[in-house]
Design a protein around this ligand. Sequence first.
Ligand SMILES: [Zn+2]
Length: 398
Amino acid sequence: LKTFKAKIFLATFSLFVSLETIAADKVRVLLGEETRALEFSTQYPVHFESGVQKMNLSHPKMSFKVSRKGGVWQVEVPGQPTYSLKGPPRLDMASISIVWKSGNVVYPVSLFYKNGRYQLIGHMDIEEYLKGVLPHEMPSSWPLEALKAQAVASRSYALWKMKHQESSNYDLRTSVLDQMFRLNKVGESTSPPPKVEEALRATKGVALLAGPSKVLKAYFHSDCGGATDGARNVWGTDSPQGSIRDVACAKRSSGWESQWSKEKISQRIQAEVVVPGNAELKDLIVRSQLKSERAQWVDLLYSNGYLKRVRGEDIRRILGYSKIKSTLFAIQKSNGKFIFKGRGFGHGVGLCQHGARAMAQAGETYQNILNHYYPKAILRSPLPPMELKEATRAVSSL
Ligand SMILES: [Zn+2]
């Protein structure tokens, strides 16, 4: 084992560099959450802070484990005595490059402990962020104009999230809960596929607006099954995407089926829906359909006459988005089973990715694709600096 000349010191005065010194126009991406411990390594100095305790650790190729044992917070560094802290440590690294879960984090990061979880947050330029999104939201083998349309939708969605800080610590998650984002593995090229880079370069700064100075929360999904629908209809939230008929998808979309025994479906629903008394689930009925034929409301009927009305999208959430692929379903009952038969994949709001692909293959531009899927939005090219500025906010101080 190599011995390193360790430079480790505990500072009694604040050497703390606030994240505010990292530009405030960065996207804050929740790279990951850990419940037991957070482990990472880096060759750059790390600043930990816990209450009045502050420490700067610097050691070549240093690995860290942040955890809690009993009521004590610890920072473990191999070959060093364990550091005990009086409260949850917070971390701020203006210098970049840490290795976390074999992923290469080449952005400034911060660490928070919230609701029993360690949150590792990366701070990056929006265009840099989109390089980690686009290849995972749409195959890079798809036509360039479809990739450009996806780039603008993803950029607009991210800008909206930055403007409407729903969490104080971060703007975006890295899953379908927001949009997919993946870190490069150690040793992997940091450049996305050339077509992805081209799509981002050609649309740099372009975004969809919901009004003269309002970024659109641009939703998108995999396959509309023949028609899209408005956010208000699907979730009851106000976001002016508009809705359209999608002829290509009506012809193309293949069907899906999901079977549920009464016991299984009751179990799942029971975990989410409170029913008075010891009533048994009797039936599920699509109460109303949207113009796109999506199930808007579904009635759950119980043995004691109780009726609970839930949104079609709630049924997807409760039973699983991969099982109930869309709300374009009909429910059949056969031999005590509930059989969902449907088509399409995703919530059906905003851009339809398979439809965008078909339009691009037919020679349409990305502008035409976006105008088709967001008939109520304004395509701004490029987004004026004022609006970009408005779409950003100060990073809250640690
Ligand atoms: Zn479609």
